[in-house]
Write a new protein. Structure first.
Length: 520
């Protein structure tokens, strides 16, 4: 296989005729060329994966195809005819549908009502017509869903099916899927792939955006790789491998299997005993959660989003009150203590919502780097901030954690997702924490940034930190963890040594179909 970074062209011309052709697409934003003369095509009856680092231009390109953005240059052809797509409605008329990463559904309405909104042909009793179509799609593609169920009653996998049915109902034969597996269990992922393969066999064209290389090989026929707004590779999936795709994405070799050193486990750092807490609606979110983590240990917490992981992290970091139970850090009871009190005990928090809980977007990189220590020496002397010391230490952390920023005075909100995460890591890990609570630390990041953050966590484990790793990425859980815990509906379904854990058991526990307790 070629080893240069020149664009890798697909050999031959197998497959159906092109149904989507984007030629010479250019899109510029202030100071950034997001798409730089991109050529991209999708054929009838194929699943085409779109890969690239954060900021490579994938989302911008698909937003142009779906009519959310307008290109500055270039042409789009659908079924051989040149078109102008000025809005999502134009895209829908051309048979283009998009399933967004965050579902666009009204939770208080039924499945049929959501699909009928704005598109049912009958004015009176439109949901009857829609229900018939839903059953038709269910039989044809295996998109099983109850038309009369309310959205809030459905699992993430079922909600995704509603989004796909909504696109099909509007006549889509070109389907864009944006990170479609991020909230699904392994079983739901397999069901989704079966559905997509049926759609492909019928001749539909599917664009599959993902950062998970295993999924590329499980589902796609061809793959286009973007880097810095340009097409770097166009390959048949059967003629490439994970290592080559990763190199094309980031411009260097990437380690896929990080070495997890044997570390002697020390004293218990975090102990959680019979913890109960409510969610934002006042309903039980944690129902008697108990576990512990020792020095030099990573406990991986797996589960589908919405099963209590978010509330657990918030209770442990002082952002949510516990209703019952105890949280001990090195034997000190910190139940319902403030975030500052918990941080002072050497607890680092890498939050799920980076912009909401991870930093202050309008403050500079340097200011964000001292958020946990601005009120004490060496930064604060006699009620005044030592700006020189702040900038000096910020420059050291920027270099150490390789944060790409024009200046330490740059507003944090202007950084890419990967660099925002590096900024948070720099602040939280700079003072050798004894406990790290990392919630989805690599979510949405490209393969290069993911590799970097996983290395950091393993280094902290070797240093002796206790780490709670909350992730929906089972590959990440299995690679980094010493033990694996699974949550379902606010309860721990089992805690296993990683050597005794397998994806089948974990998948069953994630779905609430199996309980294993604690395995020594």
């Amino acid at each position: 296989m070629p080893n240069s970074d020149e664009e890798m062209e697909l050999r031959g011309d197998e497959g159906g005729r092109p149904i989507v052709e984007m030629k010479g697409i250019v899109k510029k934003f202030p100071g950034v060329v997001a798409n730089d003369h991109i050529d991209f095509e999708v054929r009838e009856g194929e699943i085409h994966a779109l890969l690239g680092e954060n900021g490579a231009g994938k989302t911008t390109l698909m937003n142009i195809l779906y009519g959310i953005y307008q290109p500055d240059e270039g042409e789009i052809y659908i079924r051989g005819r040149k078109v102008e797509i000025r809005s999502p409605r134009d895209a829908m008329r051309l048979g283009i549908g998009m399933v967004h990463q965050h579902f666009m559904l009204v939770e208080k309405h039924t499945v049929a009502e959501n699909i009928a909104l704005g598109f049912a042909s009958k004015f009176f009793f439109p949901t009857e017509e829609v229900a018939l179509k839903i059953r038709e799609f269910s039989e044809k593609y295996g998109l099983t869903v109850d038309p009369d169920a309310y959205i809030w009653q459905l699992s993430a996998g079922e909600q995704q099916r509603v989004e796909i049915i909504k696109a099909l109902y509007r006549g889509a034969d070109i389907l864009i899927l944006d990170e479609p597996t991020s909230v699904l269990t392994p079983r739901e992922i397999n069901e989704l792939f079966s559905i997509l393969k049926r759609m492909k066999d019928e001749g539909k064209a599917i664009i599959f955006i993902t950062h998970k290389l295993d999924e590329v090989f499980a589902i796609s026929d061809r793959v286009t790789v973007l880097r810095k707004g340009k097409v770097i590779g166009k390959l048949r999936t059967s003629e490439t491998n994970k290592r080559e795709l990763a190199r094309l994405m980031v411009g260097r070799e990437v380690l896929f299997r990080l070495k997890r050193m044997e570390v002697r486990k020390g004293n218990v750092v975090l102990e959680v005993i019979d913890l109960h807490a409510l969610d934002d609606r006042g309903l039980p979110a944690l129902k008697g959660v108990s576990f512990s983590i020792r020095e030099g240990e990573i406990l991986g917490l797996a589960g589908v989003a919405g099963n209590g992981q978010k509330e657990l992290v918030e209770v442990l970091t002082g952002l949510r009150k516990a209703e019952k139970g105890r949280v001990l850090i090195r034997g000190i009871d910190v139940t319902n203590a403030s975030p500052r009190e918990i941080a002072e005990l050497g607890v680092a928090h890498i939050p799920e919502e980076r912009l909401k809980h991870g930093l202050v977007p309008n403050m500079s990189v340097a200011e964000n780097l001292i958020l946990k220590r601005y009120y004490k020496p060496p930064y604060c002397e006699k009620f005044f901030i030592d700006r020189r010391k702040v900038i000096e230490d910020a420059n050291k952390l920027i270099e150490e954690f390789n944060i790409v920023t024009p200046s330490p005075l740059t507003p944090a909100k202007l950084l890419s997702g990967g660099n925002i995460q590096r900024l948070i890591l720099a602040r939280e890990l700079a003072f050798s924490p004894s406990l790290i609570i990392a919630a989805h630390p690599t979510y949405g990041l490209d393969v290069g940034a993911t590799e970097y953050i996983r290395k950091i966590l393993l280094n902290e484990r070797e240093r002796g930190s206790a780490i709670l790793l909350v992730s929906e990425d089972l590959e990440e859980i299995m690679e980094l963890s010493d033990r694996v815990a699974v949550m379902f509906e606010g309860e721990i379904m089992g805690i296993l040594p990683v050597e005794k854990a397998n994806l089948e058991d974990i998948g069953l526990m994630m779905a609430g179909a199996k309980r294993m307790g604690v395995v020594a």
